[in-house]
Design a protein around this ligand. Structure first.
Ligand code: FES
Length: 170
């Protein structure tokens, strides 16, 4: 058993979510997203907590979570940089964006996290926004039509905790 608990606000969201599904089990994915919002990533205790809430086998919950890239199973820091490296983004310069990440943050390997826990790198396949390539998803937000210069300044803003505007950047 775990001592973890949803905050009162998330518990309310959880209860509301359940009203949209015929069975508790059907709400598994949105509840895992809700848990990820609260704890940042789905460590084993969090998945056990979700399993308990939904009256599911913990092993089933882990298996489902392992299938989805957007469900994070390890600490990906404050800003998870998901760089699309599929064909269109590649042709439009995603390699240059990866170079900027290496120069600015020292990250070059998949799933790497900076020492201060601020940034992680996760190269991903098509983000479904090829017409605005190259695209980087930062947590839940898409930053599109990037170039190295603009991306460098975006990283600086994120580092400094400044407000950024997702969407097309050029
Ligand atoms: S190839 Fe990058 S969004 Fe489709």
């Amino acid at each position: 058993m775990t001592d973890l608990k949803f905050t009162a606000e998330r518990k309310q969201q959880f209860d509301e979510l359940l009203t949209h599904y015929e069975t508790k089990a059907s709400a598994l994915l949105p509840v895992l997203r809700l848990a990820q919002e609260q704890w940042g990533y789905l460590k084993p205790e969090v998945m056990d907590y979700v399993a308990n809430l939904l009256e599911l086998c913990p092993r089933h919950v882990r298996e489902v979570a392992s299938f989805y890239v957007m469900l994070k199973k390890q600490d990906m820091g404050k800003h998870c940089l998901q760089v699309c490296t599929n064909i269109t983004c590649c042709m439009m310069g995603s390699d240059d964006l990866l170079k900027v990440i290496e120069e600015e943050l020292g990250l070059s390997e998949s799933m790497q996290l900076t020492a201060d826990g601020q940034f992680s790198l996760m190269p991903v396949q098509c983000l479904g926004s090829c017409d605005t390539a190259p695209v980087v998803q930062v947590n839940e937000d898409y930053y599109e039509k990037l170039n190295p210069e603009v991306f460098r300044s975006l990283l600086k803003k994120l580092k400094d905790g400044q407000k950024t505007e997702p969407g097309r950047q050029t």
